[in-house]
Design a binder for this molecule. Structure first.
Ligand SMILES: Cc1cc2nc3c(=O)[nH]c(=O)nc-3n(C[C@H](O)[C@H](O)[C@H](O)COP(=O)(O)OP(=O)(O)OC[C@H]3O[C@@H](n4cnc5c(N)ncnc54)[C@H](O)[C@@H]3O)c2cc1C
Length: 286
């Protein structure tokens, strides 16, 4: 095995943390909420509303299991036996206890994290990297538009729960059908618009509805748009090319891509974004 080892590109080794599953609740047929605890989160405040962690899955056939030393695994294991990461939004952190929550889209038997979230039992432990994050609803805006599919619903919920005083929001959340809604923060000034796929490709209905609603008039608006990559492409065109929204007013990214694992999506994301940007540039200068 020695000749296969050390083939992973050299990067600073990150420390992996441990989370224990302390509860599990079905939010809708497509979404399961896990309660988790990590002692490493005690004393930490989460500044943003789109905080995420990278769960570490050990590849099939690897000769190690959690708990492991991430730096040692990085040094010793061949590339195809390195831990596989999956990104999940975290919210409701209690910095005194280290308790937090994460919602998993259950998208059938494919993949690692979806089936894990669906089937995991209370008491299970998993390693993770993070947290990362960079967006929160800023007080300089008076209106917020959120748009996303189920994968972005946790970050949308966290954003809605932290709206600045007096701000209003419209949240467009795409789900499969009317009977698959789930709990989401509501309150004065919050308008929740469920968008139903009813068998359509992920993201197509959401793009259609958000585009059809147009840009709110007379309000300084911030946009938070995340979810399936194909929808992001449409929404970027709507926001940046057709509506000429300033980039600093928009947080937009693909959380996953149809037919790709997260690894495949992450390694092709830069190229995907570069192609979209080149097309936007071409359309804007026509
Ligand atoms: C910053 C960030 C935050 C995220 N937060 C969350 C979150 O809170 N909850 C959440 O569920 N996801 C979230 N995601 C998306 C999640 O990381 C991906 O969906 C990931 O691909 C799931 O891994 P997997 O092992 O289940 O499936 P993979 O092995 O990555 O993929 C297997 C197959 O499932 C398909 N697939 C993947 N995700 C979905 C989906 N949502 N619906 C339908 N088909 C899918 C893929 O296209 C592929 O064909 C987030 C992503 C990012 C970048």
């Amino acid at each position: 095995m020695a000749d296969q080892a050390n083939t992973a590109p050299k990067r600073k080794a990150r420390k992996a943390h441990e989370a224990t599953v302390t509860g599990r609740r079905q939010l809708s047929p497509d979404l399961v909420r896990l309660s988790l605890n990590s002692p490493d989160f005690v004393g930490q405040e989460l500044e943003f509303t789109d905080h995420y962690i990278k769960l570490l899955f050990v590849p099939e056939g690897a000769d190690y299991a959690w708990p492991f030393d991430a730096a040692q695994v990085r040094e010793e294991q061949p590339r195809d036996k390195q831990p596989i990461t999956r990104t999940y939004t975290i919210f409701n952190l209690n910095s005194e206890t280290g308790d937090f929550e994460a919602d998993f889209v259950t998208h059938g038997d494919s993949g690692l994290a979806g089936p894990w979230g669906r089937d995991v039992e209370v008491g299970a432990k998993i390693g993770f990297f993070g947290p990362g994050g960079k967006w929160e609803p800023e007080a300089s805006y008076d209106h917020f538009v959120f748009a996303g599919d189920e994968s972005a619903a946790p970050a949308i919920s966290a954003g809605l729960a932290r709206l600045p005083e007096g701000a209003t929001a419209t949240a467009y959340i795409e789900i499969e059908s009317e009977d698959r809604t789930f709990e989401i923060p509501t309150g004065e000034g919050i308008d929740i618009q469920w968008v139903y796929r009813n068998g359509a490709t992920h993201g197509t209905e959401l793009s259609r509805i958000v585009r059809g609603a147009g840009v709110p008039e007379g309000k300084k608006t911030s946009w938070f748009v995340h979810g399936v990559a194909e929808m992001i492409k449409e929404m970027r065109r709507f926001l940046f090319v057709e509506s000429e929204i300033p980039r600093e007013d928009v947080s937009i990214s693909g959380y996953w891509r149809i037919g790709m694992t997260e690894d495949q999506w992450q390694s092709s994301k830069q190229e995907f974004n570069a192609e979209i940007e080149a097309e936007e540039e071409r359309l804007s200068t026509r």
